[in-house]
Design a protein around this ligand. Structure first.
Ligand SMILES: Nc1ncnc2c1ncn2[C@@H]1O[C@H](COP(=O)(O)OP(=O)(O)OP(=O)(O)O)[C@@H](O)[C@H]1O
Length: 233
């Protein structure tokens, strides 16, 4: 028997989500009716072959891409009903994203990269908070370094600090260790789980790596734009 889920425990609820891209004459059905409920504080791996729709699903779940059909509620807010400004406001501070290729701003120091989003979110002590977050990922001695002066693993630590600093309720990581060697990758994942737990955030990790997926509490598998399995790890 299924127990009903308390709505207060839901971080994201996607219902019958479809995504169609391409041109009007040649549309491509990328997501084909995805139902997914993610709970507060849980960690979920989204596993699937290249082209199965993992990144597209993430883009829809975090409001970067609008679903063509169905609906996405994040923290109880219906993202489909928001205009662009309201969507940007709703995303800010609520959603953190870590990508494979770090995406740090090259003209800003590590501390500035972390502080600027905090300032945008209206934090009064953004630079002090940024320094604290960088210390928490072991980069207290690299505050004034520019991305080009940091190793790949260090850059990903900055990206994690930046994503976590605004205390998001949901953290997305798309192949976060894809550009790192295996040992650095494990260290980075340890940090990501550590910071997730500290923030009490829901963590969604997109990966090809079954070993990494097994470290999450739950594994969702995609194939050809659909979820084909959803199980506890
Ligand atoms: N703008 C677009 N127009 C048409 N098709 C697209 C567009 N963006 C993505 N696709 C297609 O949608 C499918 C899903 O892509 P997506 O990037 O979500 O897959 P993925 O599972 O994340 O793959 P990977 O692991 O290789 O990153 C692919 O077949 C891709 O070619």
């Amino acid at each position: 028997m299924h127990m009903p889920i308390d709505p207060a425990t839901i971080a994201i609820r996607a219902h019958n989500v479809t995504l169609s891209l391409g041109t009007r004459d040649a549309p491509v059905q990328i997501l084909k009716g995805v139902d997914l409920t993610l709970l507060r504080g849980e960690s979920i791996a989204i596993l699937g072959a290249s082209g199965s729709g993992k990144s597209s699903l993430m883009a829809v779940l975090c409001g970067l891409e609008r679903a063509s059909g169905g609906d996405v509620h994040i923290g109880g807010v219906d993202f489909g009903a928001l205009d662009e400004d309201a969507l940007a406001r709703a995303r800010r501070g609520r959603i953190g994203i870590v990508l494979q290729s770090f995406h740090l701003l090259p003209t800003m120091t590590a501390q500035e990269n972390v502080a600027v989003p905090l300032e945008l979110a209206g934090e009064a002590d953004a630079f002090a908070r940024a320094a604290d977050e960088l210390r928490a990922v072991g980069l207290g001695h690299r505050l004034d370094h520019y991305p080009a002066q940091l190793s790949g693993g260090e850059q990903q630590r900055v990206a994690i600090a930046r994503a976590v600093a605004p205390r998001p309720t949901i953290l997305f990581a798309d192949e976060p260790t894809g550009n790192l060697d295996a040992t650095t990758g494990v260290t980075i994942m340890d940090l990501l789980f550590d910071r997730q737990r500290a923030a009490g955030a829901t963590l969604v990790i997109i990966t090809h790596d079954p070993a990494l997926a097994e470290r999450c509490g739950r594994i969702v598998e995609m194939r050809d734009g659909q979820i084909v399995s959803d199980r506890a790890a």
